[in-house]
Design a protein. Structure first.
Length: 139
Protein backbone atom coordinates (compact mmCIF):
# COMPACT_ATOMS: atom_id res chain seq x y z
CA UNK A 1 0.00 0.00 0.00
CA UNK A 2 1.33 3.40 -0.98
CA UNK A 3 2.06 5.97 1.74
CA UNK A 4 0.19 8.83 0.07
CA UNK A 5 1.19 11.38 2.72
CA UNK A 6 4.93 10.95 2.12
CA UNK A 7 4.49 10.50 -1.63
CA UNK A 8 2.28 13.58 -1.96
CA UNK A 9 4.64 15.75 0.05
CA UNK A 10 7.54 14.61 -2.14
CA UNK A 11 5.64 15.16 -5.41
CA UNK A 12 4.45 18.57 -4.28
CA UNK A 13 7.96 19.61 -3.22
CA UNK A 14 9.41 18.39 -6.53
CA UNK A 15 6.70 20.20 -8.49
CA UNK A 16 7.41 23.56 -6.86
CA UNK A 17 11.16 23.03 -7.25
CA UNK A 18 10.70 22.15 -10.95
CA UNK A 19 8.59 25.24 -11.68
CA UNK A 20 11.05 27.49 -9.86
CA UNK A 21 14.01 25.88 -11.66
CA UNK A 22 12.13 26.50 -14.94
CA UNK A 23 12.41 22.79 -15.77
CA UNK A 24 9.38 21.78 -17.85
CA UNK A 25 10.59 18.17 -18.09
CA UNK A 26 10.72 17.90 -14.29
CA UNK A 27 7.25 19.48 -14.02
CA UNK A 28 5.90 16.84 -16.40
CA UNK A 29 7.78 13.97 -14.71
CA UNK A 30 5.43 13.92 -11.71
CA UNK A 31 2.41 13.33 -13.98
CA UNK A 32 1.10 9.97 -15.21
CA UNK A 33 1.12 9.38 -18.96
CA UNK A 34 -2.69 9.61 -18.99
CA UNK A 35 -3.00 12.58 -16.62
CA UNK A 36 -5.52 15.38 -17.13
CA UNK A 37 -4.97 18.98 -16.06
CA UNK A 38 -7.78 21.53 -16.19
CA UNK A 39 -7.84 25.29 -15.67
CA UNK A 40 -11.31 25.77 -14.18
CA UNK A 41 -13.19 28.67 -15.76
CA UNK A 42 -11.25 28.48 -19.02
CA UNK A 43 -11.20 26.09 -21.97
CA UNK A 44 -7.67 24.97 -21.04
CA UNK A 45 -7.52 21.24 -20.56
CA UNK A 46 -4.46 19.15 -21.30
CA UNK A 47 -4.24 15.38 -21.60
CA UNK A 48 -1.07 13.42 -21.01
CA UNK A 49 2.42 14.04 -19.68
CA UNK A 50 3.68 15.60 -22.93
CA UNK A 51 0.81 18.12 -22.99
CA UNK A 52 1.60 19.03 -19.37
CA UNK A 53 5.21 19.63 -20.41
CA UNK A 54 4.11 21.81 -23.34
CA UNK A 55 1.89 23.88 -21.02
CA UNK A 56 4.83 24.35 -18.65
CA UNK A 57 7.05 25.46 -21.55
CA UNK A 58 4.39 27.98 -22.63
CA UNK A 59 4.08 29.48 -19.14
CA UNK A 60 7.82 29.55 -18.52
CA UNK A 61 8.37 31.21 -21.90
CA UNK A 62 5.69 33.82 -21.23
CA UNK A 63 7.10 34.51 -17.75
CA UNK A 64 10.88 33.89 -17.81
CA UNK A 65 11.14 34.90 -14.14
CA UNK A 66 8.17 32.66 -13.20
CA UNK A 67 8.10 31.94 -9.47
CA UNK A 68 5.63 29.74 -7.60
CA UNK A 69 5.25 29.99 -3.83
CA UNK A 70 3.32 27.36 -1.90
CA UNK A 71 1.16 28.96 0.77
CA UNK A 72 -0.58 25.87 2.11
CA UNK A 73 -0.77 22.13 1.45
CA UNK A 74 -3.53 19.83 2.69
CA UNK A 75 -3.23 16.06 2.14
CA UNK A 76 -6.14 13.62 2.33
CA UNK A 77 -5.35 10.11 1.13
CA UNK A 78 -4.73 10.07 -2.62
CA UNK A 79 -5.85 13.70 -2.93
CA UNK A 80 -4.29 16.97 -1.93
CA UNK A 81 -4.93 20.67 -2.28
CA UNK A 82 -2.38 23.41 -2.34
CA UNK A 83 -2.81 27.16 -2.32
CA UNK A 84 -0.15 29.14 -4.17
CA UNK A 85 1.03 32.52 -5.41
CA UNK A 86 2.50 32.90 -8.89
CA UNK A 87 4.65 35.91 -9.76
CA UNK A 88 6.42 36.83 -12.95
CA UNK A 89 7.01 39.36 -15.68
CA UNK A 90 5.16 38.89 -18.97
CA UNK A 91 8.03 38.95 -21.48
CA UNK A 92 6.90 36.25 -23.91
CA UNK A 93 3.79 35.24 -25.83
CA UNK A 94 1.02 33.97 -23.55
CA UNK A 95 -1.39 31.88 -25.65
CA UNK A 96 -1.52 34.55 -28.35
CA UNK A 97 -1.20 37.58 -26.06
CA UNK A 98 1.99 39.46 -26.98
CA UNK A 99 4.37 40.42 -24.17
CA UNK A 100 3.26 43.40 -22.09
CA UNK A 101 6.34 43.74 -19.88
CA UNK A 102 4.04 43.85 -16.88
CA UNK A 103 4.67 42.08 -13.61
CA UNK A 104 1.89 39.87 -12.26
CA UNK A 105 0.97 38.34 -8.92
CA UNK A 106 -1.78 35.74 -9.11
CA UNK A 107 -3.23 33.62 -6.32
CA UNK A 108 -4.73 30.23 -6.92
CA UNK A 109 -5.27 26.71 -5.70
CA UNK A 110 -4.79 23.28 -7.21
CA UNK A 111 -6.69 20.13 -6.32
CA UNK A 112 -4.79 16.98 -7.23
CA UNK A 113 -5.46 13.24 -7.31
CA UNK A 114 -2.59 10.73 -7.31
CA UNK A 115 -2.58 7.25 -8.80
CA UNK A 116 -1.31 4.14 -6.94
CA UNK A 117 2.09 4.57 -8.64
CA UNK A 118 2.50 7.94 -6.88
CA UNK A 119 2.03 10.11 -9.97
CA UNK A 120 -0.44 12.91 -10.57
CA UNK A 121 -3.43 11.62 -12.51
CA UNK A 122 -5.67 14.68 -12.23
CA UNK A 123 -5.09 18.39 -11.53
CA UNK A 124 -7.77 21.06 -11.23
CA UNK A 125 -6.32 24.59 -11.17
CA UNK A 126 -8.36 27.48 -9.82
CA UNK A 127 -6.50 30.66 -10.80
CA UNK A 128 -7.61 34.24 -10.46
CA UNK A 129 -7.72 34.76 -14.22
CA UNK A 130 -9.55 38.11 -13.91
CA UNK A 131 -6.68 39.46 -11.79
CA UNK A 132 -4.11 38.10 -14.26
CA UNK A 133 -5.80 39.72 -17.24
CA UNK A 134 -6.29 43.01 -15.38
CA UNK A 135 -2.62 43.08 -14.40
CA UNK A 136 -1.68 42.47 -18.02
CA UNK A 137 -3.98 45.33 -19.10
CA UNK A 138 -6.40 43.04 -20.92
CA UNK A 139 -9.88 43.35 -19.58
Amino acid sequence: MIDYRACTQDVNDRTYAAWNAHDADAVAAVFAEDAVAREVGSPMEVHGREAVRERAVALLTAFPDFHLERVELVIDGDRHADRWILTGTHLGDLYGLPPTGRTVRVEGATFTRMNPEGLVIEDYHFSNMAALLAQLGVG
